[in-house]
Each structure stands twice: as C-alpha cells, then as structure tokens.
Design a protein around this ligand. Structure first.
Ligand code: NAD
Ligand code: ZN
Ligand code: ZN
Length: 356
C-alpha cells in the first residue's frame, strides 16, 4: 500500500506496510483525510516529530479488520478517527477529560514499516495512507449519510474549533469574540461561536479572500489584517475589547494582540501552535481585571460524545461541513495540497484516498 512519508528531509508518497491489528486494535481503510496546518508544521520543523513518519491525522474511513477483543466497531462501519487513543481507565479519562490522559499522551506508536524500517504514526493516526491501524477507541462510528470526505474534517479541525468554544471557553449568548486566523481551525471556532449565540463574532485574517468564508460560517464582522491594524480594527467594533479572543495562527505577536484585545474578565484561548520553546509577552497589570489566558488541546474533546454531536448538528443543518472542503486531491498530489495550505488559499484541502 501507499502513504505519505516524511523522512526528516523529503515528503513523498512511498510504498509502506502496516502490521496486523492487535487484540484491541482496528485496521481502517482510509477514504479521505483533511490536510491540517499541523501536518505542514511537522514538515517545516515547527512541530518536532521523530522520523520516518506517515503523516495525516484528520481522517475517516471504513473498518477493514478488528482485533479479537474489539466490540465497539465492526467490519464495514464508517468511522472518524480520533487522535487521542486515551486509556479509558485513568483519573483524567474517568473524569471526562481524555485529552489529559497522561498514560497515553506522547506515546508514539510505530505500526508502519518503510523499506523494512519502523515508521511512526503521526498523532496516532497517519491518515495520508491507504490503510492504518489504530486503537479501537480511536474509531468513532458515524452515520453513513455523512460523506467520508467531509466526515474526515471532524477528526481535527472541526472538533478543535467547535470544542474550543463549547468545551474549553464555554462561550454563551451575546458574548463578544474575535477569531484571529480564518483557516480550518478558525472557521470552526467561528461556527462554534455561532452555535453558542455569541455576538459580535469578529474574524481577522491577512488574506482578504477569507472574508466571504468567514461570513458564511457566522462571522458578523471581518478585519482585513493586510490593510488595517488588527487591534484598531477590532476596537472600532468593540470599543472596550472582547469577552473572548481565539488565536488560530500560532504567532507570538498575534497571541499578544489577542490578549491586549480582552475586555475586563475576558478570556484568550490559544489554539495556534508556534515553534517549540516560543515565548509570548503580555502586560501583567492588565491581567488583574479577572482576565484569563488558556491553552486548548484538541477542543478539550470527548471524541465519542463530541463527534456524534457534530454529526447530529450537521445532519440537522446546523453545522457546516461541506463548505469547509475547498478542494480535493489524490494522494499523489500531496505537494499541491501542501502548497495551497501554505499559501492560505483553502478552507480545507482534502485528500481523497479510496472510494467509500
Ligand atoms: N490546539 C490544537 O489542538 C490544534 C489542533 C489543530 C491545529 N492547531 C494549530 O492551529 C493553527 C491553525 O491551523 P489551520 O489548519 O487552521 O491553519 P491554516 O493554515 O488553515 O490557517 C491559518 C490562517 O491564518 C491566517 N494568517 C496567517 N498569518 C496571519 C496574521 N498575521 N494575521 C491574521 N491571519 C493570519 C492565514 O491567512 C490562514 O487563513 C496551526 O498552528 C495548527 O498547528 C492546533
Ligand atoms: Zn490538526
Ligand atoms: Zn487515561
């Protein structure tokens, strides 16, 4: 079979192998995978990851084979893959916080081989591949009415953005928000804010072409950061600042701006991932006014609950997935997909890997 391998220097489609599933594992035929900025960050070195690694972590597919102990899914099920692979038994899992499961965070499985050498699964998933092997609890079965191409996006961008608003920030009616960076993550923060009934929802991007998309997903205002200073543009709409700011780029200067834009008792949620070791500054005395800065991993999600909620909202016409897919690519066109993401031209690019 074939998959996209990053070897520390090159990113190529190569012949790879994946081992058989263990007792609690599942082999999934990948139908589609979104291309998230975090995949690009591995290639660029922003997110350090050991190599060789099979990339991709926003995937959906069809269950091909289940291990002897698996009862949660069966062959033929359509599934969205979660990146967590949490243990299900520790105090964090038990208290509904699987993103904090310490017994599995940072584990790096190597289910693949490339030219006989073991290869890592990126984010426990590796969805830029025809097949993968994951833990059974990473497979969230979904209604067949959801096309797998759009379902794939639930596995990172959608759950991260919507979860940041509903699970982490817990935004409510009429609270004001700014979203810096209208990519796959930012657009889903915007639609999470729409679900939470926030107002106003101010989107900010360097790329003026993102205005139409931002408004489609629920932004009530747009600040074009290529022509207007972000802080001035936002203050012109919310004079005393906003209740919530979401940084969805991963840049220390934008994190600073996001904190500076907070109204009293405001909360800044950091979603973007800058290079490891990056420091960001803020004005300490401004924080005494009950302000909060918070990080957020994977939408602070409970995948089996949240993926189902997202699918239900999509099927009820209350959450947009189809509109997130700007372009689809074959596995062989991975470089095109990466280029388009790099240039900020897409909401999401999706690799279409096998027929459902
Ligand atoms: N916290 C998490 O769990 C989590 C999960 C997934 C992705 N991420 C991170 O979120 C970030 C965004 O990912 P994505 O897939 O949405 O990326 P993306 O490339 O699709 O979107 C980034 C957007 O930011 C805009 N932008 C760039 N510089 C800007 C600036 N100076 N001002 C305003 N806008 C600017 C770009 O035009 C683009 O629209 C990445 O750092 C990624 O690694 C975090
Ligand atoms: Zn991602
Ligand atoms: Zn656990």
């Amino acid at each position: 079979m074939r998959g996209v391998v990053f070897d520390g220097t090159d990113t190529k489609v190569r012949d790879i192998e994946v081992r058989d599933p263990g007792a609690n594992e599942v082999r999934v035929r990948i139908a589609a995978s979104g291309v998230c900025h975090s995949d690009l960050s591995v290639i660029e070195g922003t997110i350090p990851f050991p190599t060789p690694v099979v990339l991709g972590h926003e995937g959906a597919g069809v269950v091909e084979e289940v291990g002897a102990a698996v009862t949660s899914v069966k062959v033929g099920d359509h599934v969205v893959l979660s990146t967590l692979g949490n243990c299900g038994a520790c105090q964090y899992c038990d208290s509904g916080r699987p993103t904090m499961c310490r017994s599995t965070f940072g584990q790096r499985p190597q289910p693949f081989t490339v030219d006989g050498e073991p290869a890592y699964a990126f984010a426990n998933v590796s969805s830029f591949s025809e097949y993968t092997v994951v833990k059974a609890n990473q497979c969230v079965p979904i209604d067949r009415a959801v096309p797998l191409e759009v379902a794939s996006l639930i596995g990172c961008g959608v759950v991260t953005g919507v979860g940041a608003v509903l699970n982490r920030a817990k935004v409510t009616h009429d609270q004001s928000a700014v979203v810096i960076g209208v990519g796959g993550i930012g657009l889903n923060v915007i639609q999470g804010l729409r679900l939470a009934d926030a107002y106003p929802i101010i989107a900010v991007d360097m790329n003026p072409a993102k205005e139409e998309l931002a408004r489609l997903f629920g932004a009530t205002h747009f600040v074009d950061a290529s022509t207007v200073d972000t802080a001035e543009g936002v203050k012109a709409i919310c004079k005393s600042g906003v209740d919530f700011s979401f940084e969805c780029v991963g840049h220390p200067a934008l994190i600073r701006t996001a904190i500076d834009l907070l109204d009293w008792a405001g909360t800044c949620v950091i979603l973007g991932v800058p290079p490891q070791g990056t420091e960001a500054a803020f004005n300490v005395s401004s924080m005494y006014l009950d302000k909060t800065i918070m990080g957020c991993r994977y939408g602070s999600a409970r995948p089996h609950h949240d993926f189902k909620m997202i699918v239900d909202l999509y099927l009820a016409g209350r959450l947009k997935l189809d509109e997130l897919v700007t372009k689809t690519y074959k596995l062989d066109d991975i470089h095109c997909a990466i280029d388009d993401l790099h240039h900020g031209d897409v909401a999401r690019g999706v690799l279409s890997i096998s027929a459902p």
